[in-house]
Design a protein around this ligand. Structure first.
Ligand code: FES
Length: 88
């Protein structure tokens, strides 16, 4: 995982066995530092370090409680050696 920041928004970029995925580093439950949680590259999930909700990195949706709303995801483009995130 690599943490990047744009306009004060922290974003975690994950490598799920070759697929790069980006999600907001802020849990939808209680603003926990989501991207810093335990990452499972095979399942493509991250576990919030604060209360343990498991999030699907492909969709941003929580798979377990207590979080129940998705976090923001960001499209990624790769051109040559440059990785670009699309942030609104
Ligand atoms: S802050 Fe992430 S599960 Fe509560």
């Amino acid at each position: 995982m690599r943490l990047v920041e744009h306009d004060g928004v922290k974003i975690g970029v994950f490598n799920c066995e070759g697929s790069l995925l980006a999600i907001e580093d802020r849990c939808s439950h209680d603003n926990g530092p989501l991207a810093e949680g335990e990452f499972d590259p095979a399942a493509c999930t991250v576990e919030c370090p604060r209360h343990g909700s498991l999030f699907d990195l492909r969709t941003g949706r929580p798979k377990t409680l207590p979080a129940f709303t998705p976090v923001q995801t960001f499209p990624i483009a790769i051109e040559d050696d440059t990785i670009t995130l699309e942030v609104e």
